[in-house]
Design a protein. Structure first.
Lengths: 323, 323
C-alpha cells in the first residue's frame, strides 16, 4: 500500500506489517484490551459501537428526513443519488463472490445479488423497488436510472466502494457489509416517520424497505459469523472494525454531499439535478437595496470571445428539471 | 459501459455507440455545429469555454480564499486535502504513460512525473513544494503525508480520478489533464491575493506555484495538440470535451466537500481534521435561553451497553488537532 491514503489506507494499517496497528479502530475496542485477541462478544460489541457512533442514520440529513423537514425536491435528490449506491450493490457483491472459492460461501453470499437484482420467481429486487421509491417522490425513473444528474461526489463514493472490495482482503470486503447490522433499526425508525410526515409518501412508495427488514439481518448474521471466524488475529480484528468505519464514512460522505448541494448551503454543483424550488431559493437570497450595485451572480463571467467575435456571459451549466 | 454511471458515464456517452451523442459537451460546442468535425480552433474554444464556466477557480471556496476570508484552520484543511490530489498525480501520469507505446509521447509525458516527484538534479518536485505550503500554514508535514485526516470525500474524488484515466481511452485521459490550460490564470490571481490578504503566507510558502506557471502551459500545449490530432471524429471531440467536464467536476467536488466540512455549514465528518476554532464555532452555535431544555448535541447518543453493563454516550469520532 502506498503512502497515499485512498479509500481505506487511512483506516487500514499496512497489511504486511508485523506490528499490531489498530488505527482508528482503537477507539472502538474494549479499553485496555491491548493487542490480545478479542472474544466474539467483544468483537461484536466493538462493531456495534462503530454503528452507534458513525452510522449514517445520525447524519443531519437523515435527521431532517425523519423529522419531516425535507422538501419534495430534497427527497428527490436523496432518491436520485442513493440509487447510484443501490445499483452498484450487485456488482460489489459479485466482486466479493469472485474473491472466494468456497461454494458454501458462494451459496450464501449470492443471496445479496438475488435480493438486489430480483429473480424469475417473482421477486422484483431491491433496485427495482428503489426506482419505485423514486417514482413515488415524482421522479422520472429513466432519469434516475441514467444517474446522469446524480452528484459527482455520490459517484465518487460508489467508485470507492468498488475499490474497497476489490483491493482488500475478503475479510475486509465482508466486514464492510456489516452496516446491515444497523439497518433494521434505521428502517424501523424511518418508515413510520416518512409515512407520518410526508403526505405524498405511501406504503407503496416504501416497499423497498419491507423485505430489507428480514434480508439485512439474515445477511448481517452470516457476515458477522464470517468475520468472527476469520478475523483470527488482533490485526485482522482491527482490520474488520476499520472496514466498517470506512463503509460508514462512505455512507456519511454521500449525505454530506446531499446536504451541501440541496439543504445547507444548497450550492448545487454544475450539471447536477437542480430542482426549481432550489433555484428559487437561491434567487431569493439576492437582496436589492438602494446601495446595491450591479454584479454578475456567482460563477457568471462576462467574457469577450475573440473567436466568435462577441461578448458572452458564461455560466456553470445547470439543468433545470421540473420538481 | 453499464447502465450505472460512475466517474464518467454521465458525461461520456457509450463509446461503442454508432450514434453521435455529445452528452453534456453539447452546451460547449459551437451552436449549430451538429455532428460535423470541428476545426482545431473551434475545439480549443469549446474546451476553453468549459474552463470559463466550470473550472474550480469559480467555486465559492476559492473565491473566499482569494478574498482573504478564510481562517488559518480553513486554509490548513485546504492544504491537507489538496495534498491527496497532488500526491496522486505521478501515479495518474504513470497510468497514462502505460496506455501509450509511443516513445515520443512517453518522453513528453514523463515530464509530468518528474515535475511532481522531483529529480536528482536539484528539483524538489511539486509534491515536496506542496508539503512546504502545508508547513507554511502551520501544519505538521507528517500528518499531511499520512492523509489520515483528509476528508473521505477528497479520497473518493482522487480514487475516481485514477479510475477515469484507467478505464477510458488515452485520448480521454489526456483531455482530462487540460485543466492545466486554466491554471496559469488561476495562479496569477491566487498568489498575489494570498500574499496580500494572509499575513502568515509568504513567497516561500507559495513556491509550489512558481514552476507551475511554466510547467502547466507547456504540458497543456502538448496535451491540446494531442487532443486536436487524435480526436478525429465528432464523437471523439465530444469525448474530449466531456473528459474535461468530468475533471472540472472532480476539482469542484473536492471544494464542495471542503466548504461543507469547514466553512458552511462546517459539519466536519467524523474522523477528519477538526481544528479547535471550528470546534469553538460549533459550540458557539448553541444558544442557552430560559426556554432551553437539555438535549444531547447532534450525533450524540445515550445508550445502555448490556455487554459492559453501563450507560455510555456515543459520539462520532472527532480528532482535535491543534490549529
Amino acid at each position: 500500500m502506498s503512502a497515499l491514503a485512498e479509500t481505506l489506507s487511512d483506516v487500514l494499517p499496512e497489511t504486511n506489517s508485523s506490528n499490531y496497528n489498530p488505527g482508528p479502530a482503537a477507539k472502538f475496542l474494549p479499553m485496555g484490551s491491548g493487542d490480545r485477541l478479542l472474544t466474539n462478544e467483544e468483537l461484536e460489541a466493538a462493531l456495534r459501537s462503530v454503528g452507534a457512533a458513525r452510522y449514517h442514520i445520525l447524519h443531519p440529513f437523515h435527521q431532517r428526513m425523519n423529522a419531516g423537514e425535507l422538501t419534495r425536491a430534497q427527497m428527490q435528490a436523496w432518491a436520485l443519488n442513493r440509487y447510484c449506491y443501490q445499483a452498484v450493490i450487485p456488482r460489489k457483491d459479485a466482486l466479493i463472490l469472485a474473491q472466494s472459492d468456497d461454494p458454501a460461501f458462494h451459496r450464501e453470499w449470492r443471496k445479496h445479488i438475488v435480493d438486489h437484482d430480483g429473480d424469475d420467481a417473482g421477486s422484483e429486487g431491491a433496485i427495482r423497488r428503489w426506482i419505485k421509491l423514486a417514482e413515488g417522490v415524482s421522479f422520472d425513473p429513466e432519469m434516475v436510472i441514467s444517474t446522469r444528474y446524480a452528484l459527482p461526489a455520490t459517484r465518487y463514493a460508489v467508485v470507492s466502494y468498488i475499490d474497497l472490495v476489490t483491493k482488500h482482503s475478503l475479510l475486509v470486503a465482508v466486514a464492510s457489509s456489516l452496516t446491515e447490522m444497523f439497518s433494521e433499526a434505521a428502517i424501523a425508525q424511518r418508515v413510520p416517520a416518512m409515512l407520518a410526515r410526508y403526505d405524498y409518501i405511501t406504503e407503496e412508495t416504501l416497499t423497498y424497505f419491507t423485505p430489507r427488514l428480514t434480508q439485512a439481518p439474515r445477511d448481517a448474521d452470516f457476515a458477522l459469523a464470517y468475520v468472527c471466524t476469520n478475523a483470527d488475529t488482533p490485526q485482522k480484528q482491527a482490520d474488520a472494525v476499520n472496514a466498517l468505519i470506512a463503509k460508514c464514512d462512505m455512507l456519511w460522505a454521500m449525505l454530506d454531499a446531499l446536504e451541501y448541494a440541496y439543504v445547507d448551503p444548497a450550492n448545487t454543483p454544475p450539471g447536477a439535478f437542480c430542482p426549481e424550488d432550489l433555484q428559487a431559493m437561491r434567487r431569493a437570497r439576492i437582496m436589492i437595496t438602494p446601495a446595491s450595485r450591479p454584479y454578475l451572480p456567482d460563477h457568471i463571467q462576462l467574457r469577450f470571445d475573440a473567436l466568435y467575435g462577441r461578448s458572452i456571459l458564461l455560466a456553470p451549466e445547470k439543468d433545470a428539471l421540473a420538481g
